[in-house]
Write a protein that binds this ligand. Structure first.
Ligand code: SF4
Ligand code: SF4
Length: 56
C-alpha cells in the first residue's frame, strides 16, 4: 500500500523534494501522493511537521 496524506496537511511543501521517486505533488487544497509511483520508503512521513502522512 502506498503512503497517503491526510487532510491535516498544511501544504508546507517539506515532503515534496524528499520523495526519491517524485510521487508527491501539490494539489488544490493539500499535497497528494501518487499511489502508482510511491515505493513505500516512508521518508515523507518522517519529515512532515504535522504528522499528516501515514501508510495507507
Ligand atoms: S513513502 Fe517514499 S516513495 Fe512514497 S511518497 Fe513518501 S517519500 Fe515518496
Ligand atoms: S510535509 Fe506534511 S504538511 Fe507539509 S506538504 Fe507534506 S504532507 Fe503537507
Amino acid at each position: 500500500m502506498a503512503y497517503v496524506i491526510s487532510d491535516a496537511c498544511v501544504s508546507c511543501g517539506t515532503c515534496e523534494p524528499e520523495c526519491p521517486v517524485g510521487a508527491i505533488s501539490q494539489g488544490d487544497t493539500q499535497y497528494n501522493i501518487d499511489p502508482d509511483k510511491c515505493i513505500d520508503c516512508g521518508t515523507c512521513a518522517g519529515v512532515c511537521p504535522t504528522g499528516s502522512i501515514s501508510q495507507g
